[in-house]
Design a protein around this ligand. Sequence first.
Ligand code: ADP
Length: 641
Amino acid sequence: MSDKQEFTFQTEIKQLLHILSHSLYQNPEIALRELISNASDSLNKLRHIRLTDEKHRGDDALEITLEPDKDAKMLVIRDTGLGLTHDELVENLGTIAHSGSKDFLRSLASSAKAGGGEADLSLIGQFGVGFYSAFMLADKVEVVTRSYREDKGWRWESDGSGRFTITPAEGDVPRGAQIRLHLKEDREDYLEPHRLKSIVRKYSTFVPFPIRLADETLNEQKPIWVEPKNQVTDEQHAAFYQWLTHRTDEKPLWRLQLSSDSPIQFHSILYCPPSNFELLGFGAIEHGVNLCAKRVLVQDDCRDLLPDYLRFLYGVVDSADLPLNVSRETLQDHKLLPKLKRVLTKKVLDHLATLADEESGTFTTFYQQFGPILRTGIGHDFENRERIAKLMRFHSTFTAAESQIVGAGPKPTDPTVSLDAYLKRAAEGQTQIYYLSGPDLAALSRHPHLEAFRKRNLEVLFLNDPIDEFALTQLHQYEQKQLISIDSADVKFPDSTKPADEAERAAAPKNFTRVVELFRGALDGKAADVRESSRLTDSPCCLVNVQGTMSSQLQNVMRHTMKEFEAPKRVLELNPHAPLVARLCELAANADNDDFIRDCGRQLYANAQILDGLVPDVEETTSRTLKFMEELSRTRSAIVT
Ligand code: ADP
């Protein structure tokens, strides 16, 4: 009598096998991943048993071997793990134990309902369908196995059509399992070493047991992220970094190795590259952090682990709380991911703050390279925006850049200043953090608005990247101090900084209010208001922004990016002591001059617009200057004396 026993698969498995072996859509690479991961699980279990049960101590190698046999057109995946008993074969490879397979079938059924009977087969790739995925590669699968608890081995065999057989295996069967795939004709590429290597590198590099092919170990990389921090060398980090980034001969600028047991369990290593390709004109960097569950890759370049403004980091996050078979789709809904993201984001930002304190050189390089990306976070991450703001660095009227440009005054050594450092040296009673934005530092440092601040020895931050101003506008305040553009009408000077000569400054001349009134009338509908200025010393007037509106620089950016952009009206500030204004005050005594004064108001407004990079009403302005010149030329004499 034959020892052969025949079994029928559970109905659900029959369905699954039918789909796996017949569907046209297939990513058979995942089959190898699943089989290697089963082997790895089995090795893990055996390792555990060896550690806990004296009876099963042993020190033979725990490993996975890939054995392509070109003549037989067979690929064997062999492991030295637990192996299976007869009953385990019936139980585990005959019923649907695997939760991924169950989910797959369930979603297939619902997609069939939704799609009017048509099942969505692309779901196969998204669910880890476990052992049965072997039938994507093979038209016949044999499992030759011996359990660590038994002396005899078994052979399980099926062609995936609904039945399987189990027979006692002949000869000595080594402990563990061999999955023998009799490859389908169009899958013979799975016999090619280079094909196998690339799949293993892609999906299984971090499997914690060696995966061998002939004499080669394909997964060179150790899961260094689960090691204690002090046991991982710089060389190992460099090698891992290079594997992750494909950037050979490069070392990470900094790294962050994290481990946590609660509230979520995870191990992680994050690396920051030394340079930002985005600055070189390459497109946006893709996320580069791999998500692993128990050392097996679940998703590479996972976008859900870090916010976009930290997309430049590479690394791995490994959590035992994550099921291995989680699919890309279900991963997005997995409640663990947002939690991981939150913890990782906070840790990275804290690490950067420490770096700024303890390794300022590294931090400076980091900020030069990745500051532009990091800063965008202020607009998007409400929870962490103060943390990001703390990391921002600025040029200012007190930093080295300024002293180089202006070439005078004290020579500060700090190339940049942080908001914290700014506040530390702020004037007594200063309630605002002043900034000025514009396209380049040289132009910024010569801006007329700075006159008053220099006189009072008040530091003004230079924002020469529009992102900076967007960021600070979003932030609105820092450490309870209002962030304010110095072209805003609401700039306040602390009393403690009043310049000595200010007290002696004469009151506005007689009739100044009348000039202001005439200007207001002339600029009705154009300027938001006309007011006396306390900030101007030489110039007759300037335009300032009303509280809550954008700075001039930001308005320029908006104008260039948005066709429909309507600039908010600004306030015209008048300096009563400028010679022209003082003279207009005298002329205001005679109502006959009203029209002339109004025209001067309109022209001063146009001049201020030009100074701010705006285009005034061209026709009106040119005809008015023509009128002024005609009038002036009439007062001149043609008589040669
Ligand atoms: P899962 O691995 O998610 O449980 P599978 O369908 O891949 O689902 O496998 C079903 C079961 O078969 C496993 O749980 C395991 O008990 C057993 N098994 C599969 N491969 C091996 C192997 N290489 N060695 C030992 N047992 C295995």
